[in-house]
Design a protein around this ligand. Structure first.
Ligand code: GAR
Length: 187
């Protein structure tokens, strides 16, 4: 099984979808640790429910990004983590992580990149009035939601309805992320 770390800052529904795919035997991977910069995020509860170790850190208590990323790299190396899977991790990845896990960090984003990078991509897309939006899985580089695209899938925006669009995007994310990780890890 491919050893992975999942980085998340929020609800963790993508983490849960990946963990459930692993438990169903659909994805040959093992989540060695969940890393979060938000100690109160719901992803922590989800990870505990699955019995998966959590590493929490508070960025502002460190001198620099390099300092907390160095701590994370040490932890990941210790656990022989091969891939970093970002699942709603709302922080830019710095040089320390990028140079230790070059082309081994993958991200999911709720838009058809390069449209609407950054925060609240769904809100940005609706505000723009697009009729089609979607989901992108990509390798991570130094930019915000940039890097080589691995997979995309589209979602129609029906009557600019936020709730409906959000529900469809999240369901599609869970499916596309698992499928793309499977292809990536089987290479
Ligand atoms: C997901 O929609 C993910 O694509 C997005 O955060 C959400 C996390 O949901 N990521 C980004 O916007 C990255 N720029 P989750 O915590 O329920 O998995």
């Amino acid at each position: 099984a491919t050893k992975i770390a999942i980085f998340a800052s929020g609800s963790g529904s993508n983490f849960q979808a990946i963990q459930e795919a692993i438990e169903r035997g659909e994805l040959d991977a093992k989540v060695e640790v969940v890393v979060t910069d938000r100690p109160n995020a719901f992803v922590v509860t989800r990870a505990e429910n699955f019995g998966i170790p959590v590493h929490t850190f508070t960025a502002k208590t460190y001198e620099s990004k390099e300092a907390y990323e160095t701590e994370i790299v040490t932890l990941l190396r210790d656990k022989n983590v091969e891939w970093i899977v970002l699942a709603g991790y709302m922080r830019l990845i710095g040089d320390t992580l990028l140079s230790s896990y070059t082309n081994r960090i993958v991200n999911i984003h709720p838009s058809l990149l390069p449209s609407f990078p950054g925060k609240d991509a769904i809100g940005q897309a609706l505000a723009h009035g697009v009729k089609v939006t979607g989901v992108t899985v990509h390798l991570v580089d130094e930019g915000m939601d940039t890097g080589p695209i691995l997979a995309q899938a589209a979602v129609e925006v029906v009557d600019g309805n936020r709730e409906e669009t959000e529900t469809r995007i999240h369901a599609l994310e869970h499916e596309l992320y698992t499928k793309t990780l499977k292809q990536l890890f089987e290479k």
